[in-house]
Design a protein around this ligand. Structure first.
Ligand SMILES: [Zn+2]
Length: 174
């Protein structure tokens, strides 16, 4: 996994960007940013499956629960919980935030790849370029040279997404 911090920062950027989407009724900025952050981090909750299935299994970490098809279903379910006129923006925010998670993970240099085509195929994929060092699971481990190195590499990806989101948000508010 890329670190939860970076996933959350990217999710916040996506939430901000979604405030610029055309909609008859716009969800509050804080709601979109919160949804973006939450759903950009959430896919890694699938680490609980380590207790029951193999990592490489379709239902293992980075398997079905990191797949765009699963994200589309989750996003649709979340959007249905909102008033009709805001659903499209909610769907875009949640699905893009979740997708950003798998795209970042596919840039990491450790573990197994992402099952991008699950449930139709359990084959795992990485991007050909994998510059992000795989992150430690414990928060304490970040307070080390290695942790800081990882965060600095991740910031290279996270910061531009956040900055772009902020820019789009500001422009839409003008
Ligand atoms: Zn992940």
């Amino acid at each position: 996994m890329a670190s939860a911090i970076t996933h959350a920062v990217v999710g916040a950027g996506i939430g901000l960007a979604c405030t610029a989407l055309p909609a008859r009724s716009r969800p509050a900025t804080i709601r979109l940013v919160s949804l973006g952050m939450l759903f950009a981090v959430l896919p890694d909750a699938d680490v609980v499956t380590f207790a029951w299935v193999d990592y490489a299994h379709l239902l293992g970490h980075r398997g079905l629960f990191h797949a765009p098809a699963f994200y589309a279903a989750v996003s649709a379910a979340v959007a249905l919980g909102y008033p009709r006129e805001t659903r499209r923006v909610i769907f875009a925010c949640v699905s893009l935030a979740m997708l950003s998670h798998s795209l970042l993970d596919a840039l990491t240099n450790g573990g197994l790849g992402i099952a991008f085509f699950a449930p139709f195929s359990s084959t795992r994929f990485f991007f050909p370029w994998r510059p992000i060092p795989v992150s430690p699971l414990s928060v304490g481990a970040f307070f080390s040279d290695r942790g800081l190195h990882i965060l600095s590499v991740e910031a290279f990806f996270g910061a531009p997404v956040f900055a772009l989101g902020l820019l789009l948000h500001r422009r839409a508010r003008r």
